[in-house]
Design a protein around this ligand. Structure first.
Ligand SMILES: [Zn+2]
Length: 231
């Protein structure tokens, strides 16, 4: 069991970091840079030649072609600068970030208690509690917090909630190990779980050590690691 006090700002930091880490985010940048570079390369000779001709022809002295070329170069540099600062994807990204800042985190701030066991994770916020099987959980780390999520639900545990960095590492290592076995087929997961445990069947109290299948061999009550470990 680990307890933490979660602020709104913790969620904002975590969600910002998650967005910035996402492949989608990097993809937007790459896409924009590619488009911009192609445009600027194509515009370079056109701008210089165009402005040079425009100014050179209008003037009586031939030297004005050179001045026109220089002005064309300046114009191109200006366009390059403008396309760097008016990144349309940047606006999309700012929108995404401001949505993160405006979001309602009220159900997820305040005290939170998180417990993990071989079957899943128990999350108790002040206003809601939930238990999620490992199969449904995504574990990430962002902005100095561990993030456990299942769709829009979940919890964050800042590393500061642990008494030492070593405790935090031990916690997340254990969670990831249980998460890993939680991805096994239910039957395999249960067989592994029961291979070295003396556990009574919740209905008939039969010792389930070494049992195979997904039901009690004695009374046929359906069994799962999620239900056995969560009690
Ligand atoms: Zn039984």
């Amino acid at each position: 069991m680990i307890q933490a006090q979660i602020q709104r700002s913790d969620w904002i930091e975590v969600n910002r970091a998650l967005i910035e880490q996402s492949p989608h985010w990097a993809q937007l940048d790459r896409q924009y840079r590619r488009q911009r570079n192609r445009f600027l390369i194509a515009a370079f000779p056109l701008t210089i030649a165009g402005v040079s001709l425009f100014i050179g022809r209008a003037a009586s002295t031939s030297g004005m072609y050179y001045e026109g070329a220089a002005i064309g170069l300046l114009l191109w540099a200006f366009i390059a600068l403008a396309t760097t600062t008016t990144n349309t994807h940047k606006l999309a990204k700012q929108n995404e970030l401001s949505r993160v800042e405006r979001a309602d985190y009220s159900s997820y701030v305040g005290g939170v208690t998180v417990g993990i066991d071989p079957g899943g994770i128990d999350i108790a916020h002040e206003s809601k509690s939930l238990r999620i099987a490992w199969r449904m959980v995504t574990i990430r780390e962002a902005a100095g917090s561990f993030v456990f999520s299942c769709g829009a639900d979940g919890a964050i545990i800042p590393r500061r909630a642990f008494s030492s960095p070593h405790d935090a590492d031990a916690f997340i290592t254990q969670a990831r190990a249980w998460w890993q076995t939680g991805q096994l087929a239910p039957e395999e997961h249960l067989a592994r779980y029961l291979s070295d445990r003396d556990l009574p069947c919740p209905k008939c109290r039969y010792n389930l050590r070494g049992a195979r299948g997904t039901a009690c061999p004695e009374c046929a009550t359906p069994l799962s690691v999620e239900s056995l470990a969560g009690t």
